[in-house]
Design a protein around this ligand. Structure first.
Ligand code: PMP
Length: 287
């Protein structure tokens, strides 16, 4: 496996960064998780726009143009002879001194990792998953979160730990007011009377690229699909619930905090949406 590291392709075991890299010292950097389906990189442009916007927000200059970065991503997949892959793109502030001041970092570091896809067990898509709500709150919707996808993911990690401690697959984050925001690394949709609702970005949700694709898929299939604010109660009494994300695609949630959703199996709207999503993933890709 070859990793792109600041202009070179290096073996996985040699792909190392300095302990003085501010990405490591302070979480000072941005990232993206992208997926390629059968040689088609799903919505690459949207992912790169989000990456560059996150970087702009934290005053981090990415040393490549979007066009150059597109080529780097494609090349990384090519040199690894991958067709279907998970791609991790990281831009860190780079090497500096121990002080927090980013002016000591002369050059941002760019890393692209492409791996064969580690799919979730297929059975989870058939049975659906159980989730709990986490006590950790989503960071406030200021400059940093949630629109900026930075290397500061501790908040999300704590939520994942809560899921692990509860013995379930994922946990839900509320925002400071108690409204449902998202999962540790995925967005949530609830369905009531065939209407799909997902929290708006300002509540504290990342505007996921899968989420946006699902809003389009749902509309094309004739469902009403909107952004809306809701509470845990609305999740408990929804007809169906599912999560979306680059890695997870669309996965049904059948139990939340012990409350069974619908009849406890993935619902028909969720299955219809998943089918619609799988139908577009290859067409919507960049070769
Ligand atoms: N929310 C968070 C906090 C995430 O990290 C992710 C994964 N990037 C998502 C939602 C899902 O976004 P996407 O569909 O763009 O992968």
């Amino acid at each position: 496996q070859l990793i792109y590291l600041d202009g070179d392709f290096v073996k996985k075991e040699d792909a190392k960064v300095s302990v003085y890299d501010h990405g490591f010292l302070y979480g000072d950097g941005v990232f993206e998780g992208i997926r390629s389906y059968n040689g088609n990189i799903f919505r690459l442009e949207e992912h790169l726009v989000r990456l560059y916007e996150s970087a702009k927000s934290i005053l981090l200059e990415i040393p490549y143009t979007i066009e150059e970065m597109t080529e780097v991503v494609k090349e990384t997949i090519k040199v690894n002879s991958l067709q279907s892959a998970y791609i991790r793109l990281i831009v860190s502030r780079g090497v500096g001194n121990l002080g927090i001041d980013p002016r000591s970092c002369k050059q941002a570091s760019v890393i692209v990792i492409a791996e064969p896809l580690a799919l979730f067990p297929a059975e989870l898509y058939e049975t659906g998953i159980e989730i709990v709500s986490a006590s950790s709150r989503r960071n406030r919707s200021d400059v940093l979160s949630p629109k900026t996808k930075t290397l500061n993911y501790l908040n999300n990690i704590l939520v994942k730990i809560e899921a692990n401690l509860a013995g379930v697959s994922e946990a839900l984050m509320m925002n400071g007011e108690g409204y449902v925001a998202e999962g540790s690394s995925d967005n949530i949709f609830i369905i009531k009377d065939n209407k799909l609702i997902t929290p708006p970005g300002y509540i504290g949700a990342l505007e996921g690229i899968t989420r946006n694709a699902i809003l389009e898929v749902a509309a094309n299939k004739g469902y009403e699909a909107i952004e809306g604010v809701f509470t845990r109660h609305d999740v408990y009494v929804a007809d169906e619930v599912f999560l979306t994300g680059t890695a997870v695609e669309v996965i049904a949630v059948v139990k939340v905090d012990g409350r069974v959703i619908g009849d406890g199996t993935p619902g028909k709207v969720t299955n219809d949406i998943l089918e619609g999503f799988r139908a577009i993933v290859e067409q919507d890709g960049v070769k």
